[in-house]
Design a protein around this ligand. Structure first.
Ligand SMILES: Cc1ncc(COP(=O)(O)O)c(C=O)c1O
Length: 378
């Protein structure tokens, strides 16, 4: 068998969650909540499951959900995407990103990937014959080195993938980052794939620097988001793509043969639930409180806390405690201390290891406190 992804194994998230179960460890590794969506949303799911909506949804997504997304984007960012021409419902952000990459990347095309990077971008580039070109985010704040990005643009560069708020570092873009990105796009004619799945989790009264806010970027970008994060239902795997009409036409050609259509009753439940802006406008406060709880609990530990401006991940620097590789430490912590985290090096193609672990704080307060107690004991 001539593998298309010879390097790919089981993702670190599956590895660490499996290890956590085997060792009965507190699991702050994989990014999913250990609490349920609201009762109201579950009741809506029930209503549509029992209400005769169990056959295929329309290929681009239920019109009601596309309408709700258009209203959400207007409410949050002031843009007015057309539900018919710009919005496509996908099976989570993973399928959205795969479809976006499949749409843009031809064999030999280069795609700029900012590292550390979420793990589904590069395999999709490789499967389509593309070439990932890496630019490292600057430590310790994990800001983009735009000079480096610029130097890496060639005639073959087709796209750049950006992610704000950022998994795994919790860094966020500023308006200046958007402006610089817009200048690159205009100067070099490249596309942007903007992964904004944590769009409602930006803290300390900062606005989310969404590509939706920037007219130049909107015309050259495929924006991806996911409801899994926003409504505490990562298992529903429903997300969306927002793109200019010409790109949407091409995106849907691929989408229709990849999944054709996405879970119909749950799309309708989300459409009705998210028509109420309060169901997404309070999410940042909900997670900011959890971030602050974790940081308070770790304040007198020997770990150094890196800034966390968004997402539901906190990075901790363990160099005062251990000098071993982060992957070794993460496994040892799970087995010996009963705490599962994610080592940062797995997000780099060259396993760069700045001695950082990622902690997910989308957890009940009791789980956060238990995790912090273990970490304080190190
Ligand atoms: C940055 C980022 N992009 C995409 C995804 C995938 O989202 P989904 O579960 O909707 O496929 C995740 C999930 O953790 C993520 O963190």
């Amino acid at each position: 068998m001539n593998s298309k992804l010879p390097q790919a194994g089981t993702t670190i998230f599956t590895v660490m969650s499996t290890l956590a179960r085997e060792h009965n460890a507190v699991n702050v590794s994989q990014g999913f909540p250990d609490y349920e969506p609201t009762a109201e949303l579950l009741e809506l799911a029930n209503k549509y499951l029992l209400g005769g909506y169990n056959q295929y949804a329309p290929m681009p997504g239920a019109p009601a959900l596309r309408e709700t997304i258009s209203q959400l984007v207007t409410h949050c960012y002031g843009a007015t995407p057309d539900p018919d021409k710009n919005i496509t419902i996908t099976a989570g952000a993973t399928q959205a990103l795969y479809t976006a990459i499949a749409t843009l990347v031809h064999p030999g095309d280069e795609v700029i990937v900012l590292e550390p990077a979420y793990d589904c971008y590069v395999p999709a580039i490789l499967v389509h014959g593309g070439v990932p070109v890496y630019s490292r985010l600057r430590e310790p704040d994990f800001s983009v080195d735009w000079q480096d990005v610029k130097q890496k643009i060639t005639k073959r560069t087709r796209a750049i993938i950006v992610n704000t708020p950022h998994n795994p570092t919790g860094a966020v873009f500023s308006a200046a980052d958007l402006q610089t990105l817009a200048e690159l796009v205009s100067d070099y004619g490249i596309y942007v794939i903007s992964d904004e799945v944590y769009e409602h989790m930006v803290f300390d009264d900062r606005p989310h620097a969404s590509v939706h806010r920037h007219a130049v970027l909107r015309d050259h970008a495929i924006v991806v988001s996911s409801f899994g994060k926003t409504v505490h239902a990562t298992g529903w795997k429903i997300g969306y793509i927002c793109a200019p009409e010409k790109l949407t036409t091409e995106i849907r050609k691929i989408h229709q043969f990849l999944v054709f259509a996405v879970n119909h009753p749950l799309q309708l439940a989300l459409a009705e639930y998210l028509r109420v802006p309060e169901h997404y406008t309070h999410i940042h406060a909900f997670y900011q409180r959890k971030r602050d709880l974790l940081r308070r609990e770790l304040a007198d530990s020997r770990l150094k806390l890196l800034p966390c401006a968004g997402s539901y991940f906190q990075l901790v620097d363990y160099s005062a405690i251990a000098q071993e590789r982060d992957t070794d430490l993460a496994v040892r912590l799970t087995k010996e201390n009963k705490l599962a985290t994610i080592p940062l090096s797995v997000f780099y193609h060259d396993q760069h290891d700045p001695h950082l672990l990622r902690i997910c704080f989308a957890k009940q307060d009791a789980t956060i406190k238990k995790a912090a107690e273990i970490l304080r004991g190190l």
